[in-house]
Design a protein. Structure first.
Length: 291
């Protein structure tokens, strides 16, 4: 648009991420946490988690069941658990609210609180500042990062999972609902790593194969010393370029690190890959960010 770019947007294009402190109020964060508490309180263990692991064949069916549960979660609100929290009958070994890893992938569409946050005027205004013309919301997740067991997320690029042509059309909005610290698993980034494309893609496997998705290509080896930590206070927003390399460590602390995150695609002149695990459906076409 030829307008002068604000210094912060220049920083975003330079680094591939941007930290915006105090983007949301404490009240907005608390309303999201309260809403999720209610959702978890009513949660039943999904049937695929209750299959007893016995024979090898059962294990494959189990994997198939859970993969199907994942693959068809794009237009639903579904539950994903940390490892080791269920016994072989699918009963919780620890309180269920402590066992859950994340909820996805359509909170933005079906839950009034998360829908309101995703489409709030502050977010829309930021989209316009970023020059997004036809942004659509492709997925959302509530991530718990449970105390002591919240697993690490290895270095990755979001475009590995959400592929577009051309690249550079995916943007993550990552909202800290409590302080994210180095102890409880804040994000780490390699500044400037969003400019060299991607080397790996997760694609839907051919039907009839035992896994539902597979990886094509290989992950680059990343130098640990290149990562910088981005601790952020409750209410802060981190914008994440689809190709920037980022990770988070296991939560070794006694406090959780709750986050609401959603991904937006600039739909103008963009093709969403038919091979992505996540696909728009007739029930839920990708909704416009701008209302």
């Amino acid at each position: 648009s030829g307008e002068e770019q604000s210094p912060c947007l220049f920083q975003f294009h330079e680094d591939g991420f941007l930290v915006l402190e105090d983007f949301f109020t404490a009240e907005e964060c608390d309303s999201m946490r309260r809403q999720i508490q209610g959702i978890v309180a009513e949660m039943e263990v999904p049937p695929h988690c209750r299959t007893e692991f016995s024979t090898k064949e059962k294990e494959q069916l189990q994997a198939q069941g859970s993969s199907d549960y994942f693959l068809t979660s794009g237009d639903k609100i579904r539950f994903f658990f940390e490892k080791g929290v269920l016994d072989e009958r699918g009963n919780f070994l620890i309180p269920k609210e402590k066992s859950i890893s994340k909820i996805g992938h359509a909170l933005h569409a079906y839950d009034p609180v998360f829908q309101q946050i995703t489409h709030c005027s502050k977010v829309q205004e930021l989209g316009r500042k970023l020059g997004l013309e036809r942004p659509v919301v492709v997925q959302s997740m509530y991530i718990f990062k449970q105390p002591g067991i919240g697993g690490e997320v290895t270095p990755h690029q979001d475009a590995t999972f959400l592929h577009t042509e051309p690249l550079g059309r995916i943007l993550g909005f990552w909202i800290a609902l409590e302080d994210a610290t180095q102890e409880n698993g804040c994000l780490w980034f390699i500044p400037g790593s969003h400019t060299s494309g991607i080397t790996r893609r997760m694609v839907r496997a051919a039907s009839g194969t035992s896994t539902c998705v597979e990886f094509v290509g290989s992950e680059r080896a990343y130098d640990d010393s290149q990562f910088i930590p981005l601790p952020i206070k409750k209410g802060g927003l981190i914008l994440i370029h689809g190709e920037v390399v980022h990770k988070s460590e296991q939560n070794s602390s006694e406090s959780s690190r709750h986050v609401f995150t959603f991904h937006v695609m600039e739909a103008k002149d963009t093709t969403w890959s038919k091979e992505n695990w996540l696909q728009p459906t007739s029930e839920l076409p990708f909704p416009s960010l701008y209302t």
